[in-house]
Write a protein that binds this ligand. Structure first.
Ligand code: ADP
Ligand code: GLC
Length: 485
């Protein structure tokens, strides 16, 4: 099939979270299965095109993108994704993408991603590429199904094109002023109060996508069910229930080459499920790197995360001092975001020198080294559409401790609840006390090296590759092609 995959972030070019990992690993596997993928994303100022051997698509120099009354010139850089046959088109528009960040709170945030979506259509037109599927991801690209129906429907190139919207996180909806409909080429009245594209007196990118895409997916079966309920639906659960026949939950896979403890170039020693001595060496090396005091019996808990309320760290804050008092836990924390958590963990690292370390910021290599070195990995998220770190942890023999929600519930099985299958520790009620009990349960297991090794082995031998999930995407694409709404 011909697929145009449009995204706001993608490894290795630009990343703030799991969307970037999925936008890279899924298209690569689809291309290996014989599908022809064109991937379109912005050329942010942080991306150095020459590092990737990209070149300027000179036939697209100064291509004018019409947005309402205005015409905005772009250039396009072209190359392949990580040596695969996925073709990547980076949209070069300094006015929009040279902001020092991927996402902003600027007044023209909506414009930045409307431009991306128009540019994707224009690239397909220029190359006469007739996609079977346009695959949008999250609010930033959720207008494409509507743009196809209302603005590009005259073009026969797209006469058989169908649309898929993957929801990676329902909480981010892209709410903006209704006037932005003009920029996207959509009817203004649909974003007025009571209109199909209106939500909370705003023009909602995500609602527009939910109502106009031929097929919808989200990134785990449990999250697909959760978002159809009042508690997780972010106000859109009614619409999602309405569209439930077209909505699937497809569990994310992971890139098993990038996240492979026996070859990972970011970690100092390699290991696998049969020989964990390299993991012990990684532990030592990380202690040195971060200044942790850590012996073989002192458990190391890793955290690598965006600090956002979704991630549930307020539960940890309530019990943190108790954990430090009643256990010999060490914490290696990597993250950034909400200043409250940055400051809190920084303060804890001062209060417990050698036991708690915080690296504030984004650091790809350190994320791998924390995964490799830690004994346990904490993800108490209130909701988690899929979550990738728990799968990376399992692969690296690092036992995840998670709230049973979304993809965490689908990938981690509690060791006490499932004695023969358990791979980690999980809890239903997201309260500080329950989290504390769960961590202490894990610490009890850690005391027995033999039991711990069994858990590690089970986790490390699970298959989280894309093979099965990519087939489910293909199945969804095929069902979109045969059944248009
Ligand atoms: P989300 O997309 O909600 O942030 P995921 O678990 O799906 O959650 O993906 C997070 C991804 O971002 C993982 O690959 C994780 O390793 C990475 N990550 C998060 N924070 C950092 C950080 N501070 N430094 C490096 N990598 C990070
Ligand atoms: C979102 C979700 C996360 C998911 C990722 C990739 O950022 O918060 O749970 O793993 O997208 O789909």
């Amino acid at each position: 099939m011909n697929v145009c995959f449009v995204t706001s972030e993608c490894v290795p070019f630009a990343k703030t979270g799991g969307l970037a990992d999925v936008s890279s690993s899924l298209p690569i596997v689809l291309s290996q299965k014989g599908h022809k993928i064109k991937l379109v994303m912005p050329l942010y100022d942080s991306i150095s095109v020459l590092d990737y051997g990209f070149f300027k698509a000179s036939e697209l120099d100064r291509t004018e993108i019409v947005m309402g009354q205005e015409s905005i010139p772009i250039d396009v850089w072209y190359g392949h994704l990580l040596g695969s046959s996925v073709e990547v088109y980076l949209i070069d528009c300094p006015r929009f993408y040279h902001r020092g960040r991927i996402y902003t709170d600027d007044n023209d945030e909506a414009d930045r991603f409307i431009l991306l979506q128009h540019a994707a259509f224009v690239i397909m037109q220029r190359y006469n590429f007739s996609p079977d599927i346009i695959h949008s991801n999250d609010w930033q690209t959720a207008l494409m199904p509507a743009m196809l129906k209302y603005h590009y429907n005259w073009d026969r190139l797209f006469s058989t094109t169908r649309t898929v919207l993957s929801i990676h996180n329902l909480a981010y909806q892209g709410l903006t002023h209704p006037d932005f409909t003009f920029r996207a080429g959509l009817p203004r009245e649909l974003a007025d109060n009571g209109g199909l594209f209106e939500w909370s007196n705003s023009f909602s990118f995500l609602k527009t996508g939910i109502l106009t895409a031929d097929k919808l997916s989200t990134v785990s079966p449990t999250y697909a069910r959760e978002i159809q309920t009042d508690s997780f639906g972010e106000g859109l659960d009614g619409l999602l229930r309405m569209r439930s026949d077209s909505l699937r939950g497809i569990l994310n896979g992971i890139d098993t080459e990038i996240w492979n403890p026996s070859t990972d170039p970011f970690i100092p020693n390699h290991f696998d499920e049969n020989d964990l001595s390299g993991k012990v060496a990684c532990r030592l090396a990380l202690s040195k790197e971060l200044g942790l005091s850590l012996d073989a019996n002192e458990p190391l808990m890793g955290i690598v995360s965006r600090f956002a309320s979704q991630k549930g760290f307020d539960l940890l804050v309530v019990i943190f001092k108790d954990l430090m008092k009643y256990s010999n836990l060490r914490f290696a924390i990597l993250g950034s975001g909400d200043a409250f958590y940055e400051n809190y963990f920084e303060q804890m690292s001062k209060e417990y020198p050698g036991r708690v370390v915080l690296y504030k910021g984004f650091n790809e290599g350190l994320a791998h080294r924390i995964e490799a070195a830690s004994d346990m990995f904490l993800m108490p998220s209130y909701y988690e559409p899929c979550g990738l770190n728990q799968m990376y942890s399992l692969r690296y023999g690092t036992i995840p401790i998670v709230h049973k929600t979304g993809g965490l519930a689908d990938t981690v099985f509690d060791a006490d609840e499932f004695p023969m299958l358990g791979t980690g520790f999980s809890f239903w009620n997201a309260t500080p006390d329950v989290l504390k009990d769960t961590i202490f349960r894990a610490l009890d297991w850690f005391e027995s090296k033999k039991k711990w090794k069994t858990l590690q082995f089970r986790g490390m031998t699970q298959d989280f590759s894309w093979t099965k999930s990519a087939d489910e995407y293909v199945d969804m694409y095929q069902s979109a092609v045969v059944t248009a709404i």
